[in-house]
Design a protein around this ligand. Structure first.
Ligand SMILES: [Zn+2]
Length: 408
């Protein structure tokens, strides 16, 4: 397949994933449509598929309102939070140290300033969970407020481009919460000590999602795992994050199906990278317990295909052999360069288990991860994608795997 054909195929997959299906939040209909779509494509291309059900919650909100003495403030239900309809005295806290000293039992607690600088890791998130986040959560639970109002700014590195960002995005945290812009929080400070009324029309709905894996072989030793997360945040069509990653996997399924000399390949569509419980990742680790040592290499694609700049492959712990082959790929494939190390993706799961990895992304995205305002927002649509960059990622991965297999 020439590059033009691969580019055209990339466009078709991306239109299906991001325009026809759109948002693919875990538990939502779009998520199930997307996993059914990739399963169908894999089967048509004669890949063996394994699909595992995941018990998850979907979440919906019909909005939230906050009033104080006839004055209204703009607030949003925190994703995956419980709903509420409460009123009580408003108490405000801007530093962690104040949590111990302040009585906020049965009150409505405004968190603002320093304490809301970065998104709090979900209670049961297995891969990243700072001690201070767990402490903050348990102090809030022990303090037992009626509800939380979180005033936030920007936190692109953890929360993507959303402003304001939800401080909590956690279906295992049971204090109802809403969030608002930091500027709105400043105005709300004038209501401290007064009675405020807060309603959040949110609900959690038990649902099933699916985790899909494609294989070219039943052999597991020495396999190369190529992965991309298929889910999106709520409210975004997820083009860069991560429709392009899913598309690269589907292109690989078409590009690498015929050659019997390929090593065992596993295409893993992780369902839950942008979800509080990472259910697909946990399912994968359970299925592979004690057998992760069989994996020769992980290649994870996330944030690839941005319209500006080139695509980058960031190597982690590669052997000298693999490093040399990767350098050959850069020399022989236009549009691909070596990238800086970054860790906010599913390749970290493999690194944490001692497996070498390559993270495939866009140079622009890696360099602007802390300041970009695209991912996790409606702006992450197909207008930010260059389909040719997506095709180049797929062709570069094929070239690399063919070098490993001694085919070219
Ligand atoms: Zn992502």
């Amino acid at each position: 397949m020439d590059k033009k054909t691969v580019t055209e195929k990339a466009a078709l997959h991306l239109q299906e994933l991001c325009d026809v299906i759109g948002e693919r939040r875990v538990g939502g209909i779009g998520n199930r449509e997307a996993t059914a779509y990739v399963e169908k494509v894999l089967r048509e291309l004669c890949w063996e598929t394994e699909t595992s059900p995941l018990q998850v919650i979907d979440w919906q909100s019909e909005g939230a309102t906050l009033t104080c003495q006839g004055h209204e403030f703009t607030v949003f239900s925190s994703p995956y939070s419980l709903g509420c309809d409460v009123s009580g005295e408003l108490v405000a806290i801007d530093r962690v140290e104040q949590l111990k000293k302040t009585n906020f039992r049965d009150k409505i607690l405004l968190l603002h300033g320093e304490i809301t600088a970065e998104q709090i890791a979900p209670k049961n998130f297995p891969f990243w969970n700072p001690e201070e986040h767990q402490q903050l959560i348990s102090q809030l639970e022990n303090g037992s407020p009626k509800a939380l109002i979180c005033a936030t700014g920007h936190n692109a590195a953890i929360a993507g481009g959303a402003y304001p960002f939800p401080l909590f995005e956690d279906g295992d945290f049971h204090i109802p919460s809403v969030y608002m812009k930091d500027s709105e929080g400043v105005k709300l400070l004038s209501c401290v000590g007064k009675t405020v009324a807060l309603a959040s029309h949110a609900r959690r709905i038990p649902e099933t999602a699916y985790h899909v894996i494609g294989r070219n072989s039943s052999r597991k030793e020495g396999r190369i795992v190529i992965s991309a997360h298929i889910d999106t945040k709520i409210g975004t069509p997820g083009a860069l994050d991560n429709g392009t990653g899913v598309t690269v996997l589907l292109l690989l399924a078409a590009l690498m199906r015929v050659h019997s000399d390929y090593p065992p390949l596993e295409l893993v569509f992780f369902n839950g990278e942008d979800y509080y419980g990472a259910p697909g990742q946990i399912c994968y680790l359970e299925q592979n317990e004690g057998r992760l040592g069989d994996i020769r290499l992980n290649i994870n694609i996330d944030g690839a295909g941005y319209k500006e700049g080139l695509s980058c492959f960031s190597p982690f712990n590669l052997s000298d052999d693999l490093s040399a082959m990767l350098q050959e790929v850069f020399a022989e494939n236009t549009g691909l360069v070596e990238g800086l190390p970054w860790f906010q993706g599913d390749h970290s799961i493999f690194l944490q288990n001692g497996c070498p990895a390559i993270a495939v992304s866009s140079q622009w995205f890696i360099e602007h991860m802390e300041s970009q305002e695209i991912t996790h927002t409606p702006k992450d649509n197909l207008s930010v994608i260059n389909y040719e960059r997506v095709a180049e990622c797929a062709l570069g991965i094929v070239a690399f795997i063919e070098k490993i297999a001694g085919i070219s």
